[in-house]
Design a protein around this ligand. Structure first.
Ligand code: XMP
Length: 315
């Protein structure tokens, strides 16, 4: 049966209204999932909903400003919390991806609980979608990754959870977002733990700055190429900073530099994916720009793996 976004919105608005008698906050990252959930919840609850955006220091270039603008345009009551100096110390020394997710998830919840208390909310709305919990082992499957929306939740969480999108797949969420008038509805997905899972190895402000710079170039060049009709826009495209240094030349000197992997995939819902066949002239521009513009990177590689056996993210 075709998914009916309008009926879904009407149903969920009513359901949220029923399940939240008081006030709620929503964890809004500005992505399609959480923005759609925020607008839905805001339609249901009006001023009884506060959308909280946590600037973890792990976001993409310009993202915090964009999110603030989007929420304003959609008339969603919101608050921006600058918390990079809480996340980086918590992540110090951690290299295990699942540990990163759980530390970030816990920190998120801790901050939300603080905000919720100030706001007087007793419910937390989340933009969790089906692949988030299926891949976290919610359905008799081996655990693949603990997506932070699910795995990071502490057992003694005080806020009651509302997840209006939890049965939807990505294409259905996009349909809901479009029907709600959300401008970011075609935006590529971005993982909850942010750039932390795109820095393979330890997450430091410097390493995040490198991957942020490289990712911005990947996004700009791929969007420009798609706009010129050179290639279709991939489903997801970004840079990953690897924990290897390789030899390069700088003038007459041999110098060790950082390596960035470019990842671009085509997918419907993220459950399976094939790598995008990006034209070499586009890869060429990406490589030249990253090595020229992002200090310390001397090597760019292109990831030609499909999911399975790889995953979309490297961590
Ligand atoms: P993987 O790497 O599992 O990615 O093939 C599938 C989709 O899920 C996103 N992803 C995440 N989203 N929290 C999220 O909210 C996470 O921890 C997480 N890990 C991966 C990934 O970007 C892709 O769209």
């Amino acid at each position: 049966m075709m998914f009916d976004a309008t009926a879904f919105i009407a149903e969920q608005t009513e359901a949220i209204r029923k399940s939240v008698p008081g006030k709620a906050i929503i964890a809004c990252s500005g992505g399609v999932d959480s923005t759609a959930a925020a607008v839905l919840a805001s339609r249901a609850l009006g001023d009884r909903l506060l959308a909280v955006y946590i600037d973890t220091g792990l976001m993409r270039k310009g993202e915090t400003e964009d999110v603030a603008q989007t929420l304003k345009e959609l008339s969603v009551r919101h608050r921006i919390v600058h918390a990079a100096d809480e996340f980086f110390p918590a992540l110090r020394g951690i290299v295990d991806p699942e540990k990163k997710r759980s530390v970030i998830g816990r920190k998120f919840i801790e901050l939300f609980e603080r905000e919720a208390k100030t706001f007087g909310a007793d419910h937390l709305v989340q933009g969790t979608i089906a692949p988030d919990w299926i891949e976290s082992g919610g359905q008799l499957r081996d655990r693949i990754k603990t997506h932070h929306n699910v795995g990071g939740l502490p057992e003694n969480m005080k806020l009651k959870l509302v997840e209006p999108l939890r049965d939807l797949y990505k294409d259905e969420v996009r349909a809901v977002a479009r029907a709600l008038g959300v401008r970011v509805s075609e935006r590529q997905p971005f993982p909850g733990p942010g750039l932390a899972v795109r820095v393979v190895g330890e997450v430091t402000p410097d390493r995040v700055a490198l991957v942020r710079g490289a990712s911005a170039i990947v996004e700009e060049e791929i969007q420009a190429a798609a706009g010129r009709g050179l290639m279709p826009l991939p489903w997801q495209y970004f840079a990953v900073l690897l924990p290897v240094q390789t030899v390069g030349v700088h003038g007459d000197l041999r110098v060790y530099g950082q390596t960035v992997a470019v990842r671009a995939v085509d997918s419907i819902d993220g459950m399976t994916a094939v790598y995008s066949k990006i034209p070499h002239e586009v890869l060429d521009r990406i490589s030249i720009r990253i090595t020229n513009e992002v200090g310390g990177i001397n090597r760019v590689v292109y990831d030609v793996s499909n999911k399975p056996p790889a995953t979309v993210e490297w961590e």
